[in-house]
Structures are given as structure tokens and as C-alpha cells.
Write a protein that binds this ligand. Structure first.
Ligand code: SF4
Ligand code: SF4
Length: 133
């Protein structure tokens, strides 16, 4: 999930060309409202912010849909995004401490969000077009 130095969440094999470009995306994946967090993820957040596990759990996560997920905040592009997304640069502010699901997404050469974004941009004939989440 969005986004590190090279824009892609995960390093792919050099011989494989990924079919998405995080540099041309306003972090669509970070607008997903169910970014699950495991105990390990919360431990990592606690260590990153040098606070206790309980503080990290309370401050950065909540229960939604029966799962523990990252909290969100309002955004000027999407309705809401992960609280750790920089709203201007559209980069993750806790890249080294992001949850496992963010490290794993997308786990293929394609990104569903990017496919949708690209198809809407083609349809609108507007390279800057961003569908609201
Ligand atoms: S939605 Fe896809 S293309 Fe956009 S930042 Fe996330 S992984 Fe990258
Ligand atoms: S932790 Fe970072 S990569 Fe994961 S959803 Fe939040 S901003 Fe995106």
C-alpha cells in the first residue's frame, strides 16, 4: 500500500513490470476504511511512537466491522483517509512502521484501485481525474 521512496508498496522482481504507478495516484488504497491491525502491528506502532501498546491501540486504532482497524481522518480528495497519510504529499508518514497489510498490498502486478483510477481517467479524458472514494 502507498507509498515509499519508489512509490510502490513492495519491491517486485526486476524482471516483472508492475501495472500500477503510485506516483500518479493520490493514495487511493489509503482511503480504504478497513486497514486491519494485528497485535504485532500495534506493537510496531507503539515502538515507533515510543508509547505503550495500550496507548497506541487506543490512539491509532478502533473496532470497525468486528475488526481492529486504523483510525481515519477527513481528506480533501477522498472523503476519509488513514490518519497516517500526509494529505499534501500523499505519502505514508509511518512508512517503516506501517501495518503488515500495507506492506503486502497489492500482492500482484496489478492494483485494483489503480486500474479503476486509470479507467476513469481514460473515460473522462482527464489524466488528473480522481474518482471520489
Ligand atoms: S492505490 Fe495502488 S497505485 Fe495507488 S498508491 Fe495504493 S498501491 Fe499505489
Ligand atoms: S499506514 Fe501508511 S500505507 Fe497504511 S493505510 Fe495508512 S498511510 Fe496508507
Amino acid at each position: 500500500m502507498n507509498t515509499g521512496e519508489n512509490g510502490n508498496s513492495r519491491k517486485k522482481s526486476k524482471s516483472l513490470r508492475v501495472l500500477f504507478n503510485c506516483q500518479k495516484c493520490p493514495a487511493y488504497c489509503c482511503s480504504y476504511d478497513r486497514i486491519e491491525t494485528t497485535r504485532r502491528d500495534i506493537h510496531r506502532l507503539a515502538k515507533h511512537f515510543q508509547i505503550s501498546y495500550t496507548q497506541a491501540e487506543k490512539r491509532y486504532t478502533k473496532i470497525a466491522y468486528g475488526d481492529r482497524v486504523l483510525r481515519q481522518r477527513k481528506d480533501h480528495i477522498f472523503k476519509k483517509v488513514c490518519q497516517f497519510l500526509d494529505s499534501e504529499t500523499r505519502r505514508c508518514t509511518i512508512y517503516e512502521a506501517r501495518p503488515e497489510v500495507c506492506r503486502d498490498y497489492p500482492d500482484s502486478l496489478r492494483c485494483g484501485y489503480y486500474d479503476f483510477l486509470a479507467s476513469e481517467r481514460r473515460r473522462q479524458d482527464d489524466e488528473e481525474f480522481i474518482p471520489s472514494a
